[in-house]
Design a protein around this ligand. Sequence first.
Ligand code: F6R
Length: 613
Amino acid sequence: MCGIVGYAGSRQAAPVLLDGLEKLEYRGYDSAGVCVYNEAGLNMVKAKGRLSVLRDRLEGGTALPGNVGIGHTRWATHGAPSDVNSHPHMSWTGKIAVVHNGIIENEARLRAKMYRKGATFQSETDTEVVANMVGYYYEKFGDFVQAVRETVMRLEGSFALGIQCIDHPDTIIAVKKDSPLIFGFGEGEHFIASDVPAILKYTQTVAYLEDGDMAVFDANSVTFYDSTGEEVAKKRETITWEMSAAERGGYDHFMIKEIYEQPKALKDTISPRLRDGKIDLDGVELPADYLNGLRKIYLVACGSAYYVSVLAKYIIEKTCRIPTEAVMASEFRYSDPVVDERNLVIFVSQSGETADTLAALREAKRRGAQTLAIVNVVGSAIAKAADQVIYTWAGPEIAVATTKAFTTQLAVVYMLAMQMAKTLGTMSDEEYDALVKGLEQLPYDVESVLDQKHLERCQKLASRYHAHHDAFYIGRNIDSGICLEGSLKLKEIAYLHSEAYPAGELKHGPISLIEDGTLVVALATIQDLFDKTMANIKEVKARGADVLCVTLEALEENASAISDSTIAIPAIHPMLQPSLSIIPLQLFSYYVALYRGCDVDKPRNLAKSVTVE
Ligand code: F6R
């Protein structure tokens, strides 16, 4: 949520900042701005709307000369998207410019205080409060670093800040707490950014700033301080991603590229954990006596990661026979959860920085639970805060709607469940071996559902259904978990009202909404429950629904006898089947969104990393 960049070097700063912001647009895209220092002082250019508006205003960057600057792409929290609310923000003293990712929780109190000190405000943002505070303390102490320190120690909430001062034209100060910030080392140039892709074009050598860290830098030097103000050395790390990982390649959208990257992402996530027919989850330790003493496992997450957690509940309970509950992080944190050292709490997050998930993790730790995180972004806050971590090796996910992170999270859940079941002795050797084989084969199975035949089928069905106003996704058991994710994909990128229900639940209320032509997407991939789901399809058909059924190839004939249309997928091990069922639903949503003319990669009102609660 919001992305920041900063540059000090010998290149023209504005084009570098625009490049970086383009790579960070997934974090927020309702407005953008830059500040570059030149002989005219600190020059800010800001624009409401997509980055392209700012780019045009800056003539690609050439309209704003200068070698040192900061930039920002915004997802509005305080104040509507507008030129004036866009970052950077200037102190009323005219000397300090600030970009900010995060949220200042005590901004009202600080704003009142700054008014009393004589400050004036142009915008409704919490960030302008920060700019004014640094401006105030700079006037008071005449020291840029001290002014930032005095400010930061008074801030509550989360922040990654990039700050310039008119009297120190070569310098940028960066500081962070609970929002991500990386530092990039180049030859005679330095960078800051909210995420690696923003600077990958220029350098692969980075350092991850910890909470409380401050970097004071210019083109040729950098000094890092920790939260106590002590000078510290930061470990330099080399990013091994290919540049292409953060590019669209030949694809029209990141989303379709990432859908097609799923076989590779699964291979990267599964293969290193399978050795000699056994699962080895990065040394994660969950010994038998610990597992036997557990009274309940919780999975805590938001959005699609929560839907992975819903699926995990079915999978872990079936394989390990330990009561398991999936809880939305925003609810968990304030629910006074019954959690102590007899609970394992698993957190699922692509970004590793979702504010509610991070807060829930801290709450679970505070209550004495052991915590385990399933995370995609290496070194992210959630990965660092958890007792143990298992990474999904999906690579950078840029499209706002998740696809490959979802399927790799699910793959980790399978492996975790199998490892725990093996330890507990609740899974037979034959079943374990069958699942290991199924996991090895899974990337290829997913690939087979991404063939031309399925693509065309999904495209055709999208052309048929895209003008519908409402959709209901129904399914039973793990199919109902996939319905939640399929339905979310449709509503978030195609803006088509959609709800998901366990199929047996529909007649307890929602069925009253079914009328002539209502789209019902029914998932029927579980052999044992097939007839039950068919009965539910008959119920909605009797009320006029137009039913699209996703089922197994072997069941397609029966399903098509009562459905209006079908998509058939191969049958694999039943526990792994959700990894295949979700693929046509991703493709279907993607094509529906295209037919409806939606901005697939940047759906309205959304942002990729939700760093505010
Ligand atoms: C939906 C989607 C979101 C995220 C949710 C959690 O397509 O991407 O629902 O799953 O915001 O984000 P992470 O996984 O980064 O914690």
